[in-house]
Design a protein around this ligand. Structure first.
Ligand code: 1PR
Length: 535
């Protein structure tokens, strides 16, 4: 019947569920959106991708009169799939901005991961599941990597053990999925977990295709180190949006025409990197500091197209700030970010504006709550906000020369200097600011950043390896994940950064664009070195 191909989606408008939509459509199903509580009650199968914070999600569900309909639907054992917050909301309550009551279907309280012992929070990235037998949609995916991004989790107890279909280990065992009859919920994101995730979704959507193989016994899980492909995007002089790549941030050819280097088309390259096994794709709108992104519709189009067939996380950065256009119309940074999310981004990244926010916070000692960083992370959650740092190395002879955190460098400077500090810049490296990368990292973590993209202008495009001193300094200083960036030239640079520092991910651009090193080769090398990766 026609109903067989229709999936009812509960999108309460709090954020990006575009990827879930895209994945469902990719699998050949049509989507019907829930508008009223009756739509829930008449669904054949209901997908509930929770986004945003627990309290605001419950507020919206209560306001729309959907809480009772959801409870009734689930109680009748009708096909249900909750995703991320859609799992958490099934529990009794959460401590996120709370305590706040949830739907109360599963016993237990959702709480925050404990970072006091040095655990990196949010839990972002590809981790493996310990799948229980009879878990149905997860059968035989024990030990496969799936994508998580969250700071809160439900924990196993004797009261909810009957519900648990898999756990995952991150500092402790937490509930990765639940199942009772036709009701399923997963803490990870199947729509962002590549082929494995699509399999989980397909099994939920067409249960007949489900394997009932015996589940593998899962080993203790390990968060995989991520390999990220980065696309620096801007308009060339002809006005076409191209992927470019700089040398120490200079993206122009060394020719008379001085044209913007063109390494390909953003949508095509992103798709290729997804197929090649990239764990994540980042787009940086590198002229966003001067060109307003909402006027830059091609970038939004790039996200829309890419997210239709790329099922790993997408980050987009560039130009996220408050803005008044030529007609005097004011746009808040939150509107800019929202537009990026609506177009298919899973995370946004803030560069220049985060530097100003950190400077102000350090100067006043007060969190104003008004910076783009704070506003966006409050609405979309910390895990959706990356801060991109563009530091430049400044050599000094002695730490007392500057009021910023400095380190003893592994390789002395040109005049034999033994120390350096890392000066933050804004506007694509064009302007140095009176703040160091260390100070910035600590400040933005407090202001709500969920992750740091740590570049280094000196190393960018040089292919001589990551700045290990810098990556170590920053990844030891914060509890949030750090993405090492700038300088990858060969596979050994990836194992080096993962063995010598606490980086959670490594990002590269030039070597992938120039096809010097395939992503698959990086993964194979890391595997050989005993480093956990998603294959
Ligand atoms: O300040 O919020 O508008 O954000 C601007 C964003 O654009 C920032 O994330 C900033 O890093 C980025 N950006 C600005 N100018 C440039 C430039 O290159 N001229 N790109 C730029 C930064 C650095 C990396 C690069 C790695 C790896 N690109 O992301 O991809 O260095 O390169 P490699 O593997 O080839 O060495 P805002």
């Amino acid at each position: 019947s026609a109903g067989d191909s229709v999936v009812t989606l509960l999108d309460y408008g709090a954020g990006n569920v575009r990827s879930v939509r895209n994945a469902i459509r990719h699998l050949g199903f049509d989507i019907k959106d829930v508008k009223t509580p009756e739509d829930i009650l008449s669904a054949d199968r209901l997908v509930f991708p929770g986004v945003g914070a627990f309290a605001s999600a419950m507020d919206v569900l209560n306001q729309k009169g959907m809480t009772d309909a959801l409870r009734a639907y689930i109680k009748e054992d009708r096909p249900f799939l909750g995703i991320c917050l859609g799992l958490q909301l099934l529990f009794e309550s959460s401590t996120e901005n709370g305590p706040v009551n949830g739907l109360g279907i599963i016993p237990g309280v959702v709480g925050r991961f404990d970072s006091s012992g040095g655990l990196t929070v949010p839990h972002i990235g590809w981790n493996t599941l310990n799948v229980k037998e009879g878990s149905h949609i997860l059968d035989d995916i024990s030990n496969r990597h799936v994508y998580f991004v969250h700071s809160y989790r439900a924990t196993p107890s004797s009261d909810n053990v009957d519900w648990i279909s898999s756990t995952c280990n991150y500092g402790e065992d937490f509930i990765a999925s639940v199942r009772r009859g036709n009701v399923h919920a997963v803490q990870f994101h199947p729509e962002k977990s590549g082929d494995v995730g699509l399999t989980v979704l397909r099994r939920f959507l067409s249960p007949k295709s489900c394997l009932s193989k015996k589940a593998n016994e899962g080993k203790a899980s390990n968060l995989a180190k991520r390999v990220i492909a980065c696309l620096d995007v801007r308009s060339n002089d002809k006005g076409d949006l191209v992927v470019t790549k700089g040398d120490q941030y200079d993206v122009r050819e060394n020719t008379e025409e001085n044209e913007v280097r063109n390494l390909g088309k953003p949508v095509d390259l992103a798709r290729q990197y997804y197929n090649d096994g990239a764990d994540e794709i980042s787009f940086l709108n590198i002229t966003g500091f001067r060109d307003f992104p909402l006027g830059d519709l091609p970038m939004l189009q790039v996200l829309r197209y890419t997210s239709t067939n790329v099922f790993v996380p997408l980050t987009v950065g560039g130009g996220i700030r408050d803005f008044t256009d030529a007609n005097g119309r004011y746009y808040s940074s939150l509107e800019v970010a929202s537009e990026y999310f609506r177009s298919g981004a899973d995370k946004i990244s803030i560069g220049s504006d985060a530097v100003y926010a950190a400077e102000e916070y350090i100067r006043t000692g007060v969190k104003s709550g008004k910076t783009s960083l704070e506003k966006i992370s409050r609405v979309y959650g910390n895990q959706a906000v990356v801060v991109s740092i563009d530091p430049r190395r400044v050599y000094i002879s002695s730490p007392i020369e500057v009021p910023f955190k400095s380190i003893r460098v592994s390789n002395p400077g040109p005049n034999g200097e033994e120390y350096a500090w890392y000066q933050c810049t804004v506007n694509g490296g064009r302007e140095g600011r009176p703040i160091g990368a260390y100070e910035l990292a600590k400040a933005v973590e407090e202001l709500g950043a969920g992750e740091l993209l740590l570049n280094c202008i000196d190393c960018d495009g040089q292919g001589k390896g990551f700045d290990i001193d810098l990556v170590k300094l920053i990844s030891d200083a914060v509890c949030i994940p750090v993405i090492a960036s700038s300088g990858a030239g060969c596979v050994d640079h990836f194992s080096e950064v993962f063995t010598k520092t606490n980086a959670s991910a490594a990002l590269a651009a030039g070597i992938f664009h120039r096809k010097e090193v395939p992503i698959q080769a990086v993964k194979e090398h890391l595997l050989k070195k005993g480093i956990e990766v998603r294959t």
